[in-house]
Design a protein around this ligand. Structure first.
Ligand SMILES: Cc1cc2nc3c(=O)[nH]c(=O)nc-3n(C[C@H](O)[C@H](O)[C@H](O)COP(=O)(O)OP(=O)(O)OC[C@H]3O[C@@H](n4cnc5c(N)ncnc54)[C@H](O)[C@@H]3O)c2cc1C
Length: 395
């Protein structure tokens, strides 16, 4: 049994000042009104260009973001590797939405693949399909609405970008994760990702699809993928997450009058997630697995499955992953026990990463529950260090 409450291991990379800063930050963002105020602030900043770097960089940015560029993130990746934790650099610039923004983001994704090549500190690369195309177009394609000539040209360009990223990953022997997004885009994303997996995953998994297990239709989809992998002789790259857009999805389904795609309860989502893990470990002949979660139980379930099926803890086909700045108690303790662990490390200039930071803050309010966990662990470690220091002095 791994002890996820071992704060000494969890925070071994953090000095006392880091811990105090993290405590202050989580104590601040736990208040929903702070996050609401943050939303207004981000809106004003995006409209007026008000400089915010001086305030955010030493606080929330430092906690959740690796740096502005890949190069600036290098020391962090080296530092994590000292603790057996690999990095996944995630270009998290959001907003924009012009052709120029799309091209720039695509170039950055390409650079991140080059950066990962032969780099033992980096476990995977990642991209968000919606960063490569206009939302409205992807929505239409997903709903199988007929595109006009101009739209079809744009959609073909998007397909080419998607394909180029997968091809580049394949050529450089780098695994690439395709993030999952809103329900209204997902059918088109899934379809294209399946096509890429059939093409590039013949010898091993290079392209990874993402299943949001808060969707009640994902287990049958998982089984369908397995059958397809057998029929077409490839390995499915399977990234599991619970899903980040629950409230939005429920609201949209209600407004547009279609059935809610999300599981009715948290417990149903949890069961779905853990069943998914069991399914892929039972069918590891055709899967590689990436489990992206901060849920303690799911991490425990996967570690037990590894044991149950007599697999090596560091079997290269199985990775645990968390977001940078969150749940170090899981990442560091798993890595300490020799499991494969990776951290998603967002990077981008402060202004471009604001929506990402807001999402992290929202996830860390007292309502979401994550903050209580983080705060308790940080407080425990601060206390433990004080006691240790006192005992040392006595001796
Ligand atoms: C490495 C990594 C990569 C990620 N990549 C993606 C991605 O590509 N796409 C994406 O959408 N998200 C992604 N996420 C975010 C993820 O989907 C979750 O939002 C987040 O991790 C919280 O879920 P959890 O499993 O960590 O933990 P928990 O705190 O145990 O679960 C919270 C989640 O449970 C679900 N949930 C909560 N309440 C209910 C309810 N009443 N009914 C049904 N379900 C409920 C929601 O999905 C909620 O986010 C990623 C997370 C990580 C760690």
């Amino acid at each position: 049994m791994i002890d996820f409450k071992n704060t000494q291991i969890a925070f071994e990379a953090k000095n006392n000042a880091d811990l105090r800063r993290a405590k202050f930050l989580f104590n601040t963002i736990k208040h929903p009104w702070v996050v609401k105020l943050g939303k207004v602030f981000v809106y004003i900043t995006s409209k007026t260009g008000f400089p915010v770097g001086w305030m955010l960089k030493p606080t929330i940015y430092k906690q959740f973001v690796g740096g502005e560029t890949l190069k600036k993130c290098t020391p962090l990746a080296q530092q994590l590797m000292k603790y057996n934790i690999r990095s996944i650099f995630d270009y998290s610039a959001e907003g924009g939405g012009s052709d120029k923004d799309i091209q720039q983001t695509f170039n950055e994704f390409i650079s991140s693949i080059g950066y990962a090549k032969n780099n033992k500190n980096v476990a995977y690369t990642v991209f968000k399909p919606t960063a490569l195309v206009f939302d409205e177009l992807l929505k239409k394609a997903s709903a199988k609405v007929k595109l006009n000539e101009n739209e079809q040209t744009q959609y073909d360009e998007y397909r080419q970008r998607f394909e180029k990223l997968c091809q580049r990953a394949y050529d450089n022997d780098v695994r690439i994760l395709v993030d999952a997004e809103d329900y209204c885009f997902q059918d088109a994303i899934d379809e294209l990702t399946e096509e890429m997996m059939r093409r590039f995953n013949k010898k091993r998994a290079i392209v990874f699809t993402t299943l949001q297990m808060y969707r009640h239709d994902r287990l049958p989809y998982l089984e369908k993928l397995y059958k397809d992998a057998i029929e077409n002789n490839y390995t499915v790259g399977m990234k599991f997450v619970r899903g980040a857009y629950m409230e939005k999805e429920r609201e949209r389904a209600k407004q547009l009058g279609y059935p809610d795609p999300i599981c009715p309860t948290k417990q149903a989502t949890d069961e779905n997630y853990n069943k998914g893990l069991r399914y892929v470990i039972e069918h590891l002949d055709k899967f590689e697995v990436f489990s992206g979660t901060h849920n303690e139980e799911s991490n425990m379930v996967l570690s037990k499955l590894i044991e149950e099926y007599n697999l090596e803890r560091n079997d290269n086909r199985i990775f645990f992953a968390q977001l940078y700045g969150m749940s170090d108690n899981l990442s560091y303790n798993l890595a300490h026990e020799n499991y494969n662990v990776a951290k998603y490390i967002p990077y981008a200039p402060v202004k471009k990463v604001l929506p990402y930071l807001l999402r992290r803050a929202e996830e860390n309010t007292a309502i979401a529950g994550q903050t209580t966990r983080e705060l308790e662990l940080i407080k425990t470690e601060i206390k433990r260090r004080k006691t240790e220091k006192r005992n040392c002095k006595k001796q």
